[in-house]
Design a binder for this molecule. Structure first.
Ligand code: CDP
Length: 254
């Protein structure tokens, strides 16, 4: 990786300077963390699978007219993205009660919600991504009311669209997390685009027929067969790298 400058190393990705100004290269690692970094491990082949899954979903959303930071996949573990100014707000969209919301409100996990519910968290590892409201977002200047309108509308469209894609392959989209960023064009105009990744690392995906979990909860809850679950999601989406022994694959090949 000596050929380009590393800008940042996160929990699941490494970010390098891109080949042109305003671009970045995201390298998808096999590392997994949960419970705000208290649990650490690796899921063999995860980076390869998430790179593909995220590419596929970002492209489908772009087809729909949703602006994203994704430019193109470079190889098995890397993709080229637009550099954005990340808005420090995680947007969580929920269709079924699970995880922290089920716990917080005492709703049994698996209860369908009367309608999709959107929650916001402040993006801060030190604080454990605390739940916030629109009031916090605007009062602290993390985003304007117009920004919130924009990313809320986009999040609901993403939910409808992804729910349909997954239902078509026998998977229920229980909940997911989105991140957005700003892009400034030459005229100084600002655009909000979908950033980060769309993968089983930041979604809950349950098999429609068996209820089997096909996402990072398998890692969080020590359920085993984590890699197999990610691979099955990729297979059903039709993006499993051909003949791939994803365990053996590193960054450079296609
Ligand atoms: O996952 P956990 O129970 O900690 O939190 P949650 O609020 O129930 O998570 C809702 C959804 O957002 C799940 O699909 C998580 O995987 C995802 N999420 C994420 O990707 N990153 C976070 N920092 C928090 C949640």
């Amino acid at each position: 990786m000596a050929r380009r400058r590393q800008l940042y190393e996160g929990k699941a990705k490494v970010i390098f300077e891109g080949p042109e100004p305003g671009t970045l290269v995201c390298y998808f690692k096999d590392d997994a963390t949960a419970f705000n970094n208290q649990k650490k491990g690796t899921i063999t082949g995860k980076g390869v699978l998430n790179n593909r899954i995220s590419e596929f979903l970002m492209l489908r959303l772009q087809d729909l007219g949703i602006p994203t930071h994704f430019l193109r996949r470079l190889n098995m573990r890397e993709q080229l993205v637009r550099e954005v100014e990340i808005i420090p707000v995680e947007v969580i969209v929920r269709n079924v009660a699970a995880g922290s919301m089920a716990k917080r409100l005492g709703i049994p996990e698996g209860t369908p919600l009367p309608r999709s519910i959107v929650e916001y968290c402040y993006k801060s590892d030190e604080l454990g991504d605390p739940l916030i409201s629109e009031e916090h977002i605007t009062a602290f200047g993390w985003a304007s009311p117009q920004d919130i309108d924009d990313f809320l509308a986009m999040s609901l469209r993403v939910n409808d669209f992804l729910s349909g894609i997954f239902l078509g392959i026998g998977i229920k989209l229980v909940d997911f997390k989105l991140e957005f960023g700003r892009i400034y064009d030459e005229n100084g105009d600002v655009r909000i685009v979908l950033a980060d990744e769309l993968s089983p690392d930041n979604m809950r995906l349950w098999d429609v027929n068996t209820g089997e979990k096909m996402d990072k909860d398998r890692f969080r809850r020590d359920m085993g067969n984590v890699e197999e679950a990610y691979r099955e999601v990729a297979r059903r989406l039709g993006v499993l790298p051909e003949g791939a022994n994803v365990e053996a694959i590193d960054g450079e090949s296609n």
